[in-house]
Design a protein around this ligand. Structure first.
Ligand SMILES: [Zn+2]
Length: 251
């Protein structure tokens, strides 16, 4: 038994290291891998804007989603609005959301979602820049009809404040025989070596790699469902045994 693996790509925007990304697309096609793309609705990050721009960006992403890839809203502008770590405290010095007033967060989420939806994309999840968001973000996401987040420390997806947190713990695969793990890639800084490693990873884990949407219904809910069913059966058996005991005793 082995945990299921989801692959996510961060920092997907019109300005990217396109030659690298095109090779990544080829590798994914070769191994039947359907990653979750973290698409920045309105990229204003100066570091990311330094990469070459592709004018047909939105049709490229639409095409990938049409072929089964997932799309997550990766923040709004990918800029630093606070220095808070948020719920997980992963990057205590950079955040676009954590600690930001809820009215501002609401606007960032809803305007960003509108950009992606008007480009014809279906938003399957939220991907917080620098893994940093708070409860106000969760509230804003629900208002924008986004109910899954690719972040969290658990073995299975867990419900939190009305959204489903799909675990994203490290950039490597942990030797855990159950649950769901998300492996995170940033392609703009990739080398030949990282492309080779990714291809080896896809070849080795082909049977375990699933699209993001496949883990939404089958995580903790399903596991708890199984536990509930087992507990229910055990309780019923106990009740019947008790009834039999008292029937015997009464005689
Ligand atoms: Zn990012």
């Amino acid at each position: 038994m082995a945990s299921r693996l989801v692959v996510r790509f961060d920092d997907i925007a019109p300005n990217m290291a396109w030659p690298t990304f095109e090779r990544v697309i080829e590798i994914c096609e070769r191994y039947g891998v359907y990653p979750l793309l973290g698409v920045i609705p309105d990229n204003r990050d100066p570091e990311l804007l330094a990469y070459p721009r592709r004018e047909d960006f939105w049709s490229v992403v639409r095409d990938l989603q049409g072929r089964g890839w997932g799309v997550a809203q990766h923040g709004f502008q990918h800029v630093i609005r606070s220095r808070m770590g948020g719920l997980f405290g992963v990057n205590g010095f950079r955040s676009e959301f954590a600690g930001v007033p809820i009215s501002e967060q609401r606007e960032c989420v809803s305007v960003g979602a509108a950009v992606l939806r008007s480009a014809g994309l279906h938003i399957e999840a939220f991907m917080a820049p620098w893994h940093s968001f708070d409860l106000a973000t969760v509230a804003a996401l629900k208002e924008a009809d986004i109910f899954a987040v690719t972040d969290g420390y658990s073995s299975f997806p867990v419900e939190y404040g009305g959204v489903l947190l799909v675990p994203q713990m490290t950039e490597r695969v942990l030797p855990v025989p159950w649950g769901v793990q998300t492996v995170c890639y940033h392609w703009n800084a990739a080398t030949e070596g990282s492309l080779r490693d990714f291809e080896r990873f896809c070849a080795k884990n082909q049977a375990r790699l699933v699209p993001f949407r496949d883990v939404l219904g089958g995580g903790l809910g399903a596991a708890l469902g199984t536990v509930d069913r087992c507990a229910g059966r055990a309780a019923l058996a106990a009740l019947r045994a008790r009834r039999r005991f008292f029937q015997l005793y009464d005689k």
